[in-house]
Write a protein that binds this ligand. Structure first.
Ligand code: SF4
Ligand code: SF4
Length: 707
């Protein structure tokens, strides 16, 4: 072992020790501050997520330009990590090389991979630096993102790649026998050095200098990460592994809450201490890429909400509070992650940390109420962060602990409590929409000794809103014409509580949901169909938390199924040469919450074969919210452009003659948007479009919902 090896070993041990210390500090913060949460279930799904989102970078590749560049850097890192380890070992062990024990062809392949990936990463980071410094895309601005930090890191990576290639080049200059096809770049550069008459002494000095710069920079890079936003380089893979395991039908399910748990005094989250360790790992993992904010309907239309800021603020607050909680002033006074604060502030800063909290000092009430719960941010995040979970938890704190919510929400809460609907309608009128349609209620069916196969859950809008009542009628007509044995609950139906839950009022939600479950269980309901994606999601995906387990089918899927079974008697298609152009607006609770994109489109295509379906600019899992979700339906929208206007403009830009929707909330928002733009383009629910195609039903074939 030479003196150089000994010095290198000391540096390596110190760097590794400092890195390990910082990582365990961050893990400790996360575990001590955040509450416990089980995240080891479904290992198969977790591994699949890790493979697809983590290693194959499926989410990051949704952005065709920046995504490809970042994926190239990520894959390059994986391959070059092998080379990095070899270089560090060479620093300690004179003459160490993988070539000493790897078979020749494998070693040649390894060398080739190192050179090619170094070139690939160098090219990618060069373009990324250019984007940051010259192009400055909008999504990389705002929220006080650490752009300088990003350029510093990218520059470090570029220097690492250049020095790596120069190490290879000077090695090939000193040992011409190493020049080969397996080292195309090194061989080319060595030949160039030869042509420039670079002496052996200069080549040896060049090798040594690049070797030391590369190795030391590598160790510095590793130790810089825990202090920078690029911590995600280390934590994003574990974060993806521990991310939501929910498959179709389980996305966006809100956390269960035991309101009667003994000793629990805090409901929802006012500070990082009320979040789970996974929420805090999410905050470590945020790359500040802004993909979430760029798709957030609230942010796009000028509201104060930015899901990226939610994550950055969570991390900043954690780094402010965690050292104080640990009672370790020394750590507290050390430079904090991404906060840019030094240790000069001393006790005053510590007192401030204890006086602050995530709510109000970092994230305002206005930001939280601007969220439409559309899940676009969650869908887009390349490292599987769940920003909405934090927003939901903070809303719960606002309502349950602090009684703070927009005043216009108060009547909705009161109505849900008093009459079982967010609007002030009488329960006795719930079934009025069905008058003359000869639809039985479950109670009436039972009286006649019949147990209907399907419950049509009409929902509050279908029961009381004049426009939505027409959708309920259309769907009921399709089911009757198709011979479906169904009934409704009539005045026994009440709001399932979804608006209350999304608005943070878990207490009211649980009362309403429990009541609904009791009613359905009394009738031994097995299958539920509904025209509302919010009811569909709530009853199907969230009622199981309270013991309500049913097969719940949204009418888009149900109509498609009936069409496939040949049950829907359609008029003969007449070809008059006109192919109406229709565009479809995806509901967030149908699409991003339940992965149902194809069923409504297939339903339209099957029922209206001559129709020409055109897609808006933002569609399917990238579709723009209508602005009504997350309880926004009951709130004023006074800041910025109205979300429904933004969406309607996009839909009208397709030139479609009609807009189709599959959600009463979307229907209301889009119809309002159309009116505001003085447009004549009609908005239909898919059930209405299908019902228009129904063949006339002979009088004798009609019955009381039973055929
Ligand atoms: S759920 Fe939608 S509205 Fe809410 S923060 Fe995410 S993108 Fe914005
Ligand atoms: S939360 Fe995800 S999408 Fe948003 S800035 Fe952070 S890493 Fe990017």
């Amino acid at each position: 072992m030479t003196l150089g090896n000994i010095v290198f070993l000391v540096v390596l041990v110190l760097a590794a020790g400092f890195f390990a210390y910082n990582m365990q500090r961050l893990v400790r913060y996360m575990r001590r501050v955040g509450h416990a949460e089980e995240r080891t279930d479904h290992p198969g799904t977790r591994l699949r997520n890790l493979l697809l989102i983590g290693f194959f970078q499926t989410k990051i590749l949704r952005d065709p330009v920046a995504g490809v560049l970042h994926a190239a850097v990520f894959w390059g890192f994986l391959v070059l990590a092998l080379g990095g380890a070899e270089i560090l070992l060479q620093g300690v062990l004179q003459g160490f090389s993988y070539g000493n024990f790897l078979p020749g062809p494998i070693y040649a392949l390894y060398l080739l991979s190192q050179e090619l990936f170094a070139l690939l990463v160098l090219s990618a980071v060069s373009v990324l630096i250019y984007r940051r410094v010259v192009v400055k895309p909008a999504r990389l601005q705002g929220d006080k993102v650490h752009s300088g930090d990003a350029v510093f890191i990218l520059s470090m990576i570029a220097v690492l790649m250049i020095t790596l290639l120069l190490i290879f080049a000077f090695e090939a200059t000193l040992h011409p026998e190493l020049q080969s096809f397996a080292r195309p770049i090194a061989t080319g550069l060595a030949m160039a050095f030869g042509a420039m008459n670079v002496s052996a002494g200069v080549a040896a000095a060049g090798f040594a200098a690049n070797f030391w710069v590369h190795a030391l920079l590598l160790l510095f890079f590793l130790n810089y990460l825990p202090y920078s936003k690029h911590l995600h380089v280390i934590v994003s893979l574990p974060n993806v592994y521990f991310s939501n395991t929910s498959g179709p039908g389980q996305k966006g399910v809100m956390r269960p809450m035991d309101l009667e748990a003994e000793g629990v005094e805090q409901f929802g989250a006012a500070d990082v201490t009320h979040l789970s360790w996974k929420n805090l790992l999410d905050s470590y993992s945020c790359t500040e890429c802004g993909r979430c904010t760029a798709v957030c309907p609230a942010n796009i239309t000028g509201k104060p909400l930015s899901p990226r800021k939610i994550m950055v603020n969570t991390r900043q607050r954690l780094m402010e509070l965690a050292p104080v909680i640990e009672g370790d002033p020394e750590e507290f006074l050390a430079p904090s992650l991404s906060s840019g604060e030094g240790g000069d502030a001393g006790t005053a800063t510590m007192t401030a940390a204890l006086g602050n909290r995530l709510m109000d000092n970092y994230i305002t009430e206005e930001e939280l109420w601007a969220c439409t719960s559309c899940r676009a941010c969650v869908q887009e995040c390349p490292v599987a962060i769940d920003q909405l979970d934090i927003i939901n938890e903070m809303r719960r704190d606002l309502v349950l602990m602090e009684s703070r919510f927009p005043p216009e929400v108060q009547p909705a809460f009161e109505n849900m409590e008093r009459v079982g609907s967010p609007w002030n309608f009488q329960p006795a009128d719930r079934g009025a929409w069905a008058e003359g349609l000869e639809i039985l209620t479950m109670a009436e069916a039972l009286e006649r000794g019949h147990k209907p196969e399907v419950l049509f859950w009409v929902g509050c809008m279908g029961s009381f809103d004049d426009r939505t009542k027409k959708i309920a009628v259309a769907f009921a007509k399709i089911m009757k014409a198709s011979g479906i044995d169904f009934a409704i609950l009539g005045q026994e139906e009440c709001c399932n509580g979804d608006p209350a839950r999304r608005l943070g009022n878990e207490y009211l939600y649980q009362i309403l949901a429990t009541q609904s479950i009791e009613t359905m269980n009394r009738y031994e309901v097995k299958t539920v169909v509904t025209i509302c994606p919010h009811c569909f999601h709530q009853i199907g995906n969230e009622f199981p938390q309270l013991g309500g387990n049913y097969e719940v089918i949204h009418h888009a899927t149900y109509i498609e199924r009936m069409l496939d079974e040949g049950r829907v008697p359609l008029r003969e298609a007449t070809e008059d040469g006109h192919h109406p152009t229709i565009t479809f607006h995806d509901s967030c609770y149908l699409g991003r919450y339940n992965d149902i994109y194809e069923a409504p489109r297939a339903t339209l295509r099957k029922a209206l074969p001559v129709m020409n379906l055109v897609e808006p600019k933002r569609t399917k899992d990238r579709g723009l919210c209508c602005g009504a979700g997350g309880g926004r339906m009951w709130m004023e929208e006074t800041t910025g452009k109205r979300i429904n206007v933004e969406r309607t403009e996009e839909l009208l830009a397709t030139g479609a003659e009609a807009i189709a929707a599959a959600c009463p909330f979307c229907m209301t928002m889009l119809s309002d948007g159309i009116k505001q733009q003085n447009s004549e383009v009609p908005v239909y629910d898919i059930a209405e479009l299908v019902a228009m195609q129904l063949a006339p039903v002979p009088e004798t074939a009609q019955s009381n919902g039973r055929h």
